[in-house]
Design a protein around this ligand. Structure first.
Ligand code: NAD
Length: 337
């Protein structure tokens, strides 16, 4: 690999971004992180990278000298065309993570999701179109774009049938990426990850939320009958897979990042309870289900396995829960309203 390639990571101060940026720096990339610092963005996610690598935090009036350090952190919006164009001019490509991601919030403020996930993706594609040849973008989509999959597994050529606002805006971004590749010949690749989990995960997500409730001596609230199943992939395995697709994926193609490890909400809450030495039977209470819930997502990962060969590795679910327990016992996550 060529040393000191420079990459623009959008949404780098989020949960996945912190892990991705550390992994990129370990591979000798220079990284420019562009993040709006919404409620989901935090320098705490970048702390492990900032502790290990020289870095600089700059305001939106970005200076070209900023990339003299391995990690440059810029506060700004992906919808700011001048900003994105200026940053991309300094880099070889983009890994696009920036998004509004919390499905529950999307029921209340759908416009925020359209702005970040649809308009924002469009803004990045326009910047790439005007940046000249030789730059690649990895678009990070989600398995939720396929919609509910009660049986079997979704392959990359399946139709997109999102069933909630978050997933619909991600599907719009995903389709725009494909259309820009077809129409303008842009060098873009897409990944569609399943549920990512691990240290640093947002307190709104199921596993940290369960730790928060149980560590505070409260019962975890379970929506519906708790039998909805999700597929879980360790975030550090996922960011390695993202980098592999960015470096070696076929232009214009999409890749599922799927683990084959499915857990229902009930199973997750029971596992967390047992990891804390609690009786799972008394650790939960049931509340009304969300609107239009998807019972199961499942991705077929054979295309990714072909790309990675023997480098395809998955960390066991229980090992990641142990890592998270160690983190959350030290510092319990906040209980969100
Ligand atoms: N976490 C998962 O389980 C998972 C699974 C599949 C796909 N994904 C996708 O991966 C990406 C990252 O997910 P995450 O869990 O780290 O999300 P996150 O919510 O933790 O982080 C999103 C980041 O994007 C930033 N952001 C939002 N709008 C922005 C804008 N307009 N301009 C610049 N920055 C902006 C936020 O400040 C935040 O730092 C998202 O695109 C998400 O859809 C995540």
């Amino acid at each position: 690999m060529r040393a000191h390639r420079t990459i623009l990571v959008t949404g780098g101060a989020g949960f996945v971004g912190g892990h991705l940026i550390e992994a990129l720096l370990d591979r000798r990339y220079r990284v420019i992180c562009l993040d709006l610092m919404t409620y989901a963005g935090s320098l705490a996610h970048l702390r492990p990278a900032m502790d290990r690598y020289p870095h600089r935090i700059v305001d939106r009036l970005w200076s070209p000298r900023a990339t003299a350090v391995p990690l440059t952190i810029v506060r700004g919006d992906i919808n700011d065309a001048a900003m994105v164009g200026g940053l991309l001019a300094q880099g070889d490509g983009i890994i696009a993570l920036a998004a509004e991601t919390h499905v529950d919030f999307s029921y209340h403020t759908p416009g925020t999701f359209v702005r970040a996930n649809v308009n924002g993706t469009h803004a990045l594609l326009e910047a790439l179109r005007h940046a000249g040849a030789g730059k690649r973008m990895l678009h990070v989509s989600t398995d939720e774009v396929y919609g509910e999959r009660v049986r079997g597994r979704s392959t990359e050529t399946d139709p997109l049938r999102p069933r909630n606002i978050y997933a619909a805006t991600k599907a719009c971004g995903d389709l725009l990426v494909r259309a820009y590749a077809d129409v303008y010949g842009l060098d873009v690749v897409t990944v569609r990850p399943c549920n990512l989990f691990g240290p640093g995960q947002q307190p709104k997500d199921l596993i940290p939320k369960t730790f928060a409730y149980l560590l505070a001596g409260r019962k975890m609230t379970v929506h519906g009958d708790g039998r909805h199943r999700r597929e879980y992939l360790y975030v550090r395995d996922a960011v390695r897979q993202m980098i592999a697709v960015y470096e070696r994926g076929r232009s214009g193609e999409a890749y599922n990042l799927a683990s084959g490890v499915h857990r229902s909400t009930l199973q997750v809450v029971r596992t967390v309870a047992r990891s804390l030495g609690l009786d799972p039977a008394v650790a939960m209470t049931f509340v009304a289900d969300r609107p239009n819930p998807d019972r199961r997502y499942a991705g077929d990962n054979r295309k990714l396995r072909r790309l990675l060969g023997r480098r395809f590795r998955l960390t066991p679910f229980a090992d990641v829960i142990d890592l998270m327990r160690a983190e959350f016992v030290r510092q319990p996550p906040p209980i969100l309203p």
